[in-house]
Ligand binder design. Sequence first.
Ligand SMILES: Nc1nc2c(c(=O)[nH]1)N[C@H]1C(S)=C(S)[C@@H](COP(=O)(O)OP(=O)(O)OC[C@H]3O[C@@H](n4cnc5c(=O)[nH]c(N)nc54)[C@H](O)[C@@H]3O)O[C@H]1N2
Ligand SMILES: Nc1nc2c(c(=O)[nH]1)N[C@H]1C(S)=C(S)[C@@H](COP(=O)(O)OP(=O)(O)OC[C@H]3O[C@@H](n4cnc5c(=O)[nH]c(N)nc54)[C@H](O)[C@@H]3O)O[C@H]1N2
Ligand SMILES: [Mo]
Length: 884
Amino acid sequence: MKEGKAGTASGVRQKPETTTVQSIACGGTGGDLTAVDARDGKIVRIRPVNYLDTYTEEELAPSMWKIQVGDEVFTPGYKSAPNYFALAYKNRVYSKNRVMHPLKRIDWEPGGDPAKINAKNRGKSKFERISWDEALDIIESELRRVIDKYGPYTVLCIGEDGHRESKDLHAGGGMHATLMSKLGGYTRETRTPDSVEGWYWGAKHFWGSGCNKGLGMPAPPQTGYNPWHVLKDISENSELIAFAAGDWELTQNYASQMWSRLLKFWEKIGKEFVVVDPFCNYTAVCHDTIKWIPILPNTDAALDFAVMYVWITEDLYDKEYIATHSVGFDKVKAYVLGEDEEGIPKTPAWAAERCGVPEWTIKAYARNRANKVTASVHFSSGAIKGPYSHEPGRTHAYLLGMQGFGGPGVQQAFMNASLIGKETIARSTSAPFTSTTQSRMFYPSVQSLPRTMVARALQEGQVTWWGSPCIVYVDTTEQFQEFNYPAPADQGGSKIHLLWSEKPCNMSCWDGGFNYQDAIRSDEVECFITNHQWLENDSLFADLVLPVTTCIEDDDTVGASMVVSMRSAALTPSGCDRVGESFSDFEIACKIAERFGLRDEIDMGMSYAEWHKYGFDQSRLGEEISWEDFQKRGYYFPHQDPDADSVLPGMRGFYEDPESWPLDTPSGKLEFWSDALAENFPDDFERTPMARWITGGPKSDGWYHDESLWGERCHDYPLLLVANPARFRVHVQGDDIKWFREIETCKVKGKDGYLYEPIWINPDDAEARGIEAGDIVKVYNDRGTILTGARISERVIPGSVMVHKGSRVDPIAPHLDRGGSTNLISPTDQVSKHCKGFAVSGYLVEAAKVEDAEMNQWKTEYPDAFARDYDPAIGINYRSWVED
Ligand SMILES: Nc1nc2c(c(=O)[nH]1)N[C@H]1C(S)=C(S)[C@@H](COP(=O)(O)OP(=O)(O)OC[C@H]3O[C@@H](n4cnc5c(=O)[nH]c(N)nc54)[C@H](O)[C@@H]3O)O[C@H]1N2
Ligand SMILES: Nc1nc2c(c(=O)[nH]1)N[C@H]1C(S)=C(S)[C@@H](COP(=O)(O)OP(=O)(O)OC[C@H]3O[C@@H](n4cnc5c(=O)[nH]c(N)nc54)[C@H](O)[C@@H]3O)O[C@H]1N2
Ligand SMILES: [Mo]
């Protein structure tokens, strides 16, 4: 910690400021470094870091990467470019929504007696402050009770993986599980492949498991973990950049604003951009060399098939590459030309009726992509988070395959492509430095539940699924394995009765939120604990809420990995006083462990200083900087590998020599038709061995979804909802940042003064419904109703509405919510029968103006919900839910 000069403003002698370096980002993987200035234990401001204050240019030279095209040079520069969330983080630390003390729901009592747990009141009744001693007494007694009665697997540890704030030792998401594994086991709640659904369930069968051992984003296994230099290759060789469901101006900036600079650089060196999107997204509105092609949500497969039709009939694809690098293309070709049993040619006219893109635009887009070296760019892709996302996931991949995927400039850039350089000492894609892996052991658990299936497990007592009991990073073949909950009783399997979350936002981030709330409101759940900094989302439905520190308060280290301008390792000492009575998840686990005589097994008897040194020793940092120097400087950027330029970018190895660089598909090549799918799921008509135009249908016919404009449900709910990450939040994080809430695209002020989450609606659709700008609008389907505020704009295609996901829930009554959190009304079913992921965007809703009479009726029926304390600057907050 550095001391600044004592200020003498207005003649009053002030205490000196202290400055710490922090790596703040709500994505969990660290951000561009910030300097946090504090006075008297309170944060004063947060600002970028000038690296030259700590290092000389010569010292930094080996760490800098560079992309040069002609005379134009792009480098990270000497000043960090923190994302705007980090710069606004003071608002988060001192939010009126911070959990100040341990809380207990007023009408819940430990012991599991249905008459005393009042399960039905979860999300309705308020909380009271209790002391840490009381909270620990209750947790200890509840754990002892449920383990004794049902066995340890009755404890479901929620949130082992997900985003959260960036922390190492103090991070949540595994501390409860680490503790429970010492107490005999637990049920593991596993993440489903949220970011990459369509690639994971679809494209993996086309191009193999991909990078990170199974994320489903393309990379031949031999390149190891990183598609190094994809961005460099695109900069040097691509002519057209297709953002088909990608918005780098929004999504790529959550840990560093470098991505805006990269887009500007691409613009400067003459790249053409095309944005295929239901929404004229931020990349489209912020850049000049752009063409926006509006498309109806979740219809990309139709567009892609028509593009293939043009390419095949006009001889505009790489036939030689197809012959040498792929199998099964003939089947797809026959389907596209209508030369199969279905007999429907997928012409641009056919596609235009389905995807809403005019015929001539489809032809122009197809020819433009074929005539120019085209890269496909997204973070993970918004088009692949809907029902049957394996279809667009595969058709997007087919297009790359037909243009010689891996050749110069023919690349797919996605989140991991953000690792432009190749550090010498980094460990795989993760940070150069992190002690998390030491403190947090993801003990394999006999019993697990995918996040998408927790509600059904509680409601039906039994669930079956195919694919991983562990997180998303697994081989393709693993999708063919069947899993069951509960695990066999002789292995200790039992039903879950105690829920404990270290990432309490599943009702807003995962699918079917209203149904999840119903499931939590059952007597089956005898106790629900959350650890949380802010009183929001799942925590409103908890029985006990434990206050957690923010990343700035913790004495920690952070290794920044993805989506930063340079990967870094930093010591991030506590930069301000703790807020309220908060402790980190790590400290909470230690406190509880102490009750069971196990503290030493959690903290290994080490102080924080010892943990930091231990993390340093475990990393390879010592090869480049001494511990003493690292402590003195506070942060470090690993050197670039001098041989990095010889690394083949993305799929180049496979492109050049598919025999030496085979994919990990059964044939080693791109598989337009997957024999493995045909063999394992011969009767699956939702995900067949190759991509098709799938619209779903009624449940009675065996379909999982009827969420398209060609089924039955669209007569009642005719609008397709797009629910993307928000410009002014990272998932659910940051909804209370008052600096952002003032921005008019962030919230819409209703006439009742409440700041509603905007619904972006086209003027035609608004007029047809009598909706005017600023109206309170209900968005609903048979799963429930959320309230929003009208923002009328031609930025959204007619027939679709856009509501950013992740605003905080604000329950009025079951299945009725004022906060506008879209995932409350998303489908409860998985992607399709054998794919346990979620479908959270591109589904059916209707929108209508809320008339005064209806609002008044709700106010009369649910007076408590409307009487809650509300501060427009912040929204709902701690005082709304805690009794004095
Ligand atoms: N409709 C729709 N839904 C989506 C998506 C979409 O595009 N549309 N995107 C999906 C994608 S790609 C993702 S990655 C997921 C993200 O989903 P999540 O990973 O669940 O999202 P976060 O908002 O990062 O959730 C972090 C939660 O942990 C809390 N938290 C933060 N730091 C800490 C900590 O130190 N300790 C504890 N105990 N809690 C902490 C935060 O307040 C927040 O509630 O959402 C998915 N859901
Ligand atoms: N500000 C901010 N940045 C973030 C996040 C955040 O929450 N906030 N989350 C981070 C995470 S974890 C992830 S995985 C990424 C997500 O990154 P992506 O998945 O790439 O992002 P999305 O915003 O879901 O989608 C990108 C674009 O796809 C469009 N889109 C949606 N549906 C369709 C469709 O059916 N067809 C087509 N063609 N386009 C469609 C959207 O309108 C949007 O402009 O973002 C990361 N960055
Ligand atoms: Mo994600």
